[in-house]
Each structure stands twice: as structure tokens, then as C-alpha cells.
Design a binder for this molecule. Structure first.
Ligand SMILES: *Cc1c(COP(=O)(O)O)cnc(C)c1O
Length: 374
């Protein structure tokens, strides 16, 4: 591309780096000629897709020549029931990342800023910069605090100014696994001006201990500036189908839906998502499996002297006490894909998705070999 063309691009976009996804299994197979790959890099569900959704695919003999329902009424009705909320308060997206982008386009722009924590999800600064808004990083809690590298809600309140339009928070947060204390989050909501949108990303909430969860559904009734993000990519095991959604006040949902691409959730994804919502058995199995394996993996890492951040997600981030990129590379040669976190400002940490018992064993065996050689 000529530099004249580049000069025409939005400055915020020119300054961006493309999102780096977890390394795909096929890439590693091609590069190293390995057959068996264990991918624990993208927080996918190790039990696979919700069986009810798999059934839909297995028996599907429909026709994709027609556009899907642009309003996805059946899926919205299912979600309305799941959350006891009106369908006019739901905004569907091609994954929740799509909805994050809608939020940025509606509420951010030049001269405005979005607050986000250090060590939080990479897409928050991306969507802000994509509309030439300023992503303003709020320092996180200290490594030695009770919630190391977690969101510092007092700092969020202190960093707001007259140009702040959106706060992005995640609980549990990716890549740290840390979570927000419900009372502290509500205090932040109460301290936030009503014209500032508060986005609470709950991509991992189903993995959280119910006793520690924020009652985001109840808060939606009291704070019309609250937006709650949910996804089918994690516990429902549908990352490849791309479905996510936001719950909000009707007014915010109306704005988001005005610029939403009308067919952003495809026909198969809609049908699978409807089935998945009803598959409460699978969700329960996934929760129980993750809780048990997360505890075992945490214990195994700690036994090796590797300090783990507290996690209520389906992944664990741990301190390697040495640069983690070479360890990440060495693990690839053992057929294990995890995530190095230098891009998140954590150059000594690795993030590993909680897999099945067998996957975790494979990971730990490879890790032992890699650490012994390092
Ligand atoms: C995985 C993840 C999402 C979900 O993204 P989708 O676009 O729905 O696949 C959202 N937020 C966070 C923090 C995540 O880690």
C-alpha cells in the first residue's frame, strides 16, 4: 500500500497491531510435523461443544440460501428466559467481540477515552483505538495484593474525567483469572456518572463460584448505564460458531442494534445457540470438570514452585520466574500450545487453559521437561 493511502487511514487504526490469536493446531502440525497437539491456548471448552448443539449440526439438512432471521427472535426468546429479561434488552453479536465493537462505535470517538485495566482483554484498547478514542490504562492491583494484577476499582474511579465515555471491566478477567468483589463493583457503579457506560464482560462467569459472582442481572435494573457481555465461546463450547450478546437497558440495546450488521449471527449459529442454552446438563458438567481440574492444576503448578494468580476462570496464569516466551516456544516443540503473555505486559507469565485431566497431564509432563532443560 502506498504511504498516501496509509495517511488516509484513521490514526488510531494505523497505531494498532493486529490481534494475535492462540496458535491454531493446524499451524503447529504443519510447522513441526507433529500429529498430537494439545491446545490449551484459547480458553476453549475441553469437553467440546454442547451436545445439544452438536445434535443440531448432525441432523441439520436445511438450506442456507435464505438470509437468517436478522432479529434472531427464537434465540432472543431463549436468552430472555435464561436471564429473565425482555428481548428488547438483548443485543446479539458475531461473538461478544462484535458487540464490544458496537459499544465503541456508539459511545466512543475522537476526544473521548475508555478506561481499561492493565492486564485485561486485548480487544478493549483495540475497539477504542478503532474509532480514534483514547484507551486509558488504569494501573492494576499490586502483585503482592490479595488479588494480584486484578482490577483496581478505586483507581478506575480516580482515572475518570470529563472525556470518559466507557469503562471496560471483566470478571473473571482474562488473562489474569482475577475477579471483582460484588460490593466494590456496585460502589464503582454508584460512583460513575450516568452518562458513562460501564461494560462488565462476563465471558467466564459460569466458571465462577456462584457465591462470589456479581448479581449483574439485578444491577441492570438499577443502573441503565450497565452493559453485561456474555458469550457462547467459552462454557457452551461454541467458539467456532461465533455467538455473543449484551444485556443492557432497552435504550442502550436500541442504539447498539441500530448499527449492528443485520445478519451478524448466522443461521446455524442461531439454531445451535438455542439448543445450547437449554443444555443445562452440559453446563453443569463443564463447571464441575473445570472446578476439579483447575484446583488440581493449580496445586500441581504451585508444587513446582510456580506462583499462580488466583483464577475463577477456565485457565490459570502463572509466574515462570524467567522470561516465558522461550518456555512457550519449547512447549510448542512438545506439541503443547499455551499462551505467552508478554503482549499483556506479563513477560514472565504463561496462561494455560484448564483442559481434561489427560490434557493437563500432557501439559505438566511437557512443562517439567522444558523447565529441566531451561
Ligand atoms: C473469550 C473472551 C470473550 C469472548 O469473545 P467471543 O468474541 O465471544 O468469542 C470476551 N471477553 C473476554 C475477556 C474473553 O476472554
Amino acid at each position: 500500500m502506498t504511504s498516501k493511502l496509509i495517511d488516509q487511514a484513521h490514526a488510531g487504526i494505523v497505531a494498532l497491531h493486529a490481534y494475535e490469536p492462540g496458535k491454531p493446531i493446524a499451524d503447529l502440525q504443519r510447522e513441526l510435523g507433529l500429529d498430537a497437539i494439545t491446545k490449551l491456548a484459547s480458553n476453549e471448552n475441553p469437553l467440546g461443544m454442547a451436545p445439544a448443539a452438536r445434535e443440531v449440526l448432525a441432523h441439520w439438512n436445511g438450506d442456507l440460501s435464505r438470509y437468517p432471521d436478522g432479529n434472531a427472535l427464537l434465540l432472543k426468546q431463549e436468552l430472555a428466559q435464561r436471564h429473565d429479561i425482555g428481548i428488547e434488552r438483548i443485543t446479539l453479536g458475531n461473538g461478544s467481540s462484535d458487540v464490544l465493537e458496537l459499544v465503541a462505535r456508539v459511545f466512543l470517538g475522537p476526544g473521548r477515552n475508555a478506561l481499561l485495566s492493565a492486564y485485561s482483554f486485548a480487544l478493549y484498547p483495540t475497539v477504542a483505538m478503532g474509532v480514534n478514542a483514547e484507551p486509558r490504562e488504569v494501573p492494576a492491583l499490586a502483585p503482592a495484593s490479595a488479588m494480584p494484577y486484578g482490577h483496581d476499582l478505586d483507581a478506575f474511579a480516580a482515572h475518570m474525567d470529563a472525556h470518559t465515555s466507557v469503562l471496560f471491566l471483566a470478571s473473571p478477567n482474562n488473562p489474569t483469572g482475577t475477579w471483582l468483589e460484588p460490593a466494590a463493583f456496585e460502589a464503582l457503579l454508584a460512583a460513575t456518572p450516568e452518562h458513562v457506560l460501564v461494560v462488565l464482560d462476563e465471558a467466564y462467569v459460569e466458571y465462577q463460584d456462584p457465591a462470589q459472582r456479581i448479581d449483574s442481572r439485578a444491577l441492570l435494573e438499577r443502573y441503565p448505564n450497565l452493559v453485561v457481555m456474555r458469550t457462547f465461546s467459552k462454557i457452551f463450547g461454541m467458539a467456532g460458531l461465533r455467538v455473543g450478546y449484551a444485556l443492557s437497558s432497552p435504550a442502550v440495546a436500541d442504539l447498539l442494534n441500530r448499527i449492528r450488521a443485520p445478519f451478524n449471527v448466522n443461521e446455524l449459529a442461531q439454531q445451535c445457540a438455542v439448543a445450547a442454552v437449554r443444555d443445562t446438563d452440559f453446563v453443569a458438567r463443564s463447571q464441575a470438570g473445570n472446578a476439579a481440574e483447575r484446583a488440581a492444576l493449580h496445586e500441581a503448578l504451585q508444587q513446582r514452585g510456580l506462583r499462580c494468580l488466583p483464577s475463577q476462570g477456565n485457565f490459570i496464569t502463572f509466574d515462570c520466574a524467567q522470561p516465558s516466551k522461550p518456555l512457550f516456544e519449547a512447549l510448542l516443540h512438545h506439541g503443547v500450545i499455551v499462551r505467552a503473555l508478554a503482549g499483556y505486559g506479563l513477560p514472565q507469565h504463561l496462561r494455560v487453559t484448564v483442559g481434561t485431566a489427560q490434557e493437563n497431564r500432557i501439559f505438566l509432563t511437557a512443562l517439567d521437561q522444558v523447565l529441566a532443560a531451561a
